[in-house]
Each structure stands twice: as C-alpha cells, then as structure tokens.
Design a protein around this ligand. Structure first.
Ligand SMILES: NC(=O)c1ccc[n+]([C@@H]2O[C@H](COP(=O)([O-])OP(=O)(O)OC[C@H]3O[C@@H](n4cnc5c(N)ncnc54)[C@H](O)[C@@H]3O)[C@@H](O)[C@H]2O)c1
Length: 246
C-alpha cells in the first residue's frame, strides 16, 4: 500500500486512534499533519513518528475559521492534501435524554459531526487539485445501534454515517472516495470518558470478547486511504469483533 509523497491529515491526531492511524499512514509513505485541539500533544505525537516529516497543527475542528487556518498551514507546509481522516471526537454527556444538559448535547454534536462537515468541506478543493482524495470518517457502532444514555454521541455518529453516504454519492464521479468506519470498543483514552457500567455493557456485546486495538483500526483506515479502495464510496465498514450483524 505504498503512497509515495501523499499528504494525509489526521484530526484528533494526538488521540489514541489518531496517533496509531498517523503512524500507519506515515509507514505507508504519507507525509502526515496531525491536527488536534491539544497543539502541544499533536506536535509531540508528530515528533515521535520516524522520518521527521510529520507536523502537529493546533485546531478546533468545531470552528470554521480554525479549520480554514489549519488547512492553510498544512497546504503552506506540504503543498497539497490527498487524505483526510476525521478522527477528532468525544463521547459527550452520559445521561438519559430528559436529564441531558442542552449545551453539552450540542457540544457533542459539534465535535463529532459538525467537525466532519467543516474539515471535509475544506479538504475537497485541495483533493480535486491533487487529482486524488480519500476521506475516512471515524463513526461508531453507536451510530448504527444507538447506545442508551449516549443520545448525543449516537445521533452524531449516525449523522456521520449519513453524511458519508451523501458525500460519497456527491463525489462518485471524481477521484475522491469517502467512507467511514464503525468501531465498537477500541482500547484508547476515550474509554475513560465512559462509565464502567457502559464500558462493561459494550464489551459484553463483542463476540470476540475483547476490545479492538488502535492498530487494527489503523489497518482498515490505511486501506480506505489507499488506491486499493477504488470501488467503495459512501460506505460504512464495521470494526466490531463480530458485534455488528448488519
Ligand atoms: N475508542 C473507541 O472505542 C472508539 C469507538 C468508536 C468510535 N471511536 C471514534 O474514534 C475517534 C477517535 O477516538 P479515540 O478513541 O482516539 O479518542 P481519544 O479521546 O483518544 O482522542 C480524541 C482526540 O480528539 C481531540 N479533539 C477533541 N475535541 C477536539 C476539537 N474540538 N478539535 C480538535 N481536536 C479535538 C482530542 O484532543 C483527542 O486528542 C473519535 O471520533 C471516536 O468517537 C472511538
């Protein structure tokens, strides 16, 4: 899966999945920009990758001006963009709908869904100019099944799945492919945001009786970011240890 000299952006690049995906894409020959709200962590994560070409960029993916400025910085540094992995996200409020704080619900929609719109919107033109584009969105099985007490996260991830379908159709006649993955539980710092009961309930549904690893997610994303992913667009790829049945 060599992709010489291609440029990949990974949002949430300082996070558990973002780091693993950035490392895998770098190994496959990409020059990688790790975008994250925590700019220092993104810079440190970039510096930890071998080769010395990766950069960290501070961005708030919920803010249009911040996304435009991060795209500008990335294009100024690398000259082009070929791959966008929308990985920034957060689980948001864990509460029944009637107890859910309205502002927290909206923040969860913004960080998980509005972010995908804003970053994808900014990436399409550079990808058209590059003559190649792969957008990979990190949705969740929560977006297919709906997790109790996680209505904002589930709704946002369902939105990401539908957004992926729309964009995949919209760009089908271009060299840009848009797909998403729907992981169940993957071993990352995000799990600390879940209650132990919610985590145990999610793990219990996985047929393989274990969490996935960030590397297993990165392997799938690497294929979706490659030339080999040519006839799939608008699709959702499960990564659930046998939990997903449809
Ligand atoms: N870990 C899992 O089990 C799992 C399962 C399904 C889906 N996912 C999805 O995968 C993605 C990555 O998850 P992870 O496990 O690596 O989480 P993580 O918490 O380890 O990393 C998330 C990263 O996003 C960044 N971020 C948060 N808000 C941001 C903002 N406004 N602007 C820029 N960056 C921001 C954080 O700083 C963090 O580095 C998320 O979208 C998550 O919903 C994870």
């Amino acid at each position: 899966m060599n992709a010489p000299a291609r440029v990949a952006i990974v949002t949430g690049g300082a996070g558990g999945l973002g780091r693993a995906i950035a490392a895998r894409l770098q190994r496959d020959g990409h020059r990688v920009a790790l975008w994250d709200l925590d700019g220092d962590a993104a810079t440190q994560a970039a510096a930890s990758l071998p080769g010395g070409s990766a950069i960290g960029v501070r961005v708030d993916v919920t803010d249009a001006a911040s996304v435009e400025s991060a795209m500008h910085a990335t294009l100024t540094h690398f000259g082009s963009v070929h791959v966008l992995v929308n990985g920034a996200g957060a689980t948001g409020p864990v509460a029944n709908v009637d107890d859910c704080d309205i502002a927290a619900w909206q923040r969860c929609i913004d960080v998980n869904l509005r972010s995908v719109f804003l970053c994808s919107r900014a990436a399409v033109q550079p990808m058209r100019e590059a003559g190649f584009g792969r957008i990979v969105n990190l949705a969740s099985i929560a977006g297919k099944e709906g997790n109790a007490q996680m209505s904002a996260y589930s709704a946002a991830k369902a939105g990401v799945i539908a957004f992926t379908k729309s964009m995949g159709k919209e760009l089908a006649l271009t060299p840009i492919r848009v797909n998403c993955i729907a992981p169940a539980v993957i071993e990352t710092p995000l799990l600390a945001q879940m209650t132990s009961e919610a985590l145990a309930a999610s793990l219990a549904k996985i047929a393989m009786q274990r969490a996935g690893t960030p590397q297993e997610a990165a392997n799938l994303v690497a294929w979706l970011a490659s030339d080999e992913c040519s006839f799939s667009s608008g699709a959702t790829f499960d990564l659930s240890g046998g939990r997903a049945t449809y």
